[in-house]
Write a protein that binds this ligand. Structure first.
Ligand code: ADP
Ligand code: MG
Length: 259
């Protein structure tokens, strides 16, 4: 059975993309899982991380447009947009900047909240153990699509002052989606990211633990330049000898035990 995980937080710069890439790599390289990464952020950072260069084939933009126009999409049309990344051994479907204008296009589509769900049909997802959706930083139609297509939602939170601001809005959106279009969706957990030894960071972790209790991952990902280096080289952290690689591996084990 495949598990579809949406990695979301409407704040930018909290480690969503870094987590999508490194969780995917850990699952594939260290645990032999089949992983599909989906980029639905018009900034396309994950695609860049994966070394995507425009190759003439459709991206998420084309898939969404096609589904908006026809209501359905053929499995083969989806599978033909899947690329492979050697360094992480994961499959992925990239985004591009044109995804920024797709939301306007989606407003007039029938059942616009479930377009991604139709793209990620069972015939597509059964080929994978994990499908990870790297979300964009906004509470938008694309994000609603990700939550409607997901089984679980993972929320990375930067352990800084104001880290919890806005989480309430995401949680209430998730609750609404659970009560309407996707009753099976559940929170996977809160991942503290970019933690360090400062009081501010420690206070943020304590406040999150107090609020989320069991829903907090025990692993916190530290702040380290290793993250930027990894995104630069495209070499996943678990293939490097540093601290973040070990932390992402620990976090991956927690994900596996929760799924
Ligand atoms: N654990 C970390 N330590 C230090 N820098 C990090 C860490 N995780 C991510 N970063 C850096 O922070 C920036 C934002 O990370 P990113 O994963 O793109 O966030 P998001 O997808 O939430 O916008 C990037 O420059 C990234 O390299
Ligand atoms: Mg991102």
């Amino acid at each position: 059975m495949s598990v579809v995980i949406a990695i979301s937080n409407q704040k930018g710069g909290v480690s969503k993309t870094t987590t999508a890439f490194n969780l995917g790599a850990c699952l594939a390289l260290n645990h032999g899982k089949k992983v599909l990464l989906i980029d639905i952020d018009p900034q396309a950072n994950l695609s860049e991380y994966l070394g995507y260069e425009p190759d003439g084939k459709p991206t998420m933009t084309g898939l969404i447009m096609n589904t908006c126009t026809n209501g359905v999409i053929q499995t083969n049309d989806v599978l033909s947009t899947v690329r492979h990344n050697e360094k992480t051994d994961v499959d992925y479907i990239p985004a591009d900047i044109n995804l920024a204008s797709i939301e306007t296009f989606m407003t007039t589509a029938i059942s616009r909240e479930t377009i991604l769900k139709r793209i990620l049909s069972d015939e597509v997802t059964y080929r994978y153990d994990f499908v990870l959706i790297d979300c964009l930083p906004s509470l938008s139609t694309l994000l609603i699509n990700a939550l409607a297509a997901a089984d679980r939602v993972l929320i990375p939170v930067q352990t800084q002052k104001f880290s919890m601001d806005g989480l309430q809005a995401l949680e209430s959106l998730l609750e609404q989606i659970k009560n309407t279009i996707n009753p099976k969706v559940n929170l996977l957990g809160i991942l503290p990211t970019m933690s360090d030894r400062t009081t501010v960071s420690r206070n943020a972790v304590n406040a999150l633990s107090k609020k989320y209790g069991e829903m907090m991952f025990r692993t916190a990902v530290s702040k380290s330049v290793e993250a930027a280096k990894s995104s630069e080289t495209g070499i996943p952290l678990c293939a490097c000898s540093g601290r973040l690689g070990k932390e992402y591996e620990q976090f991956t084990q927690e994900v596996l035990s929760k799924c």
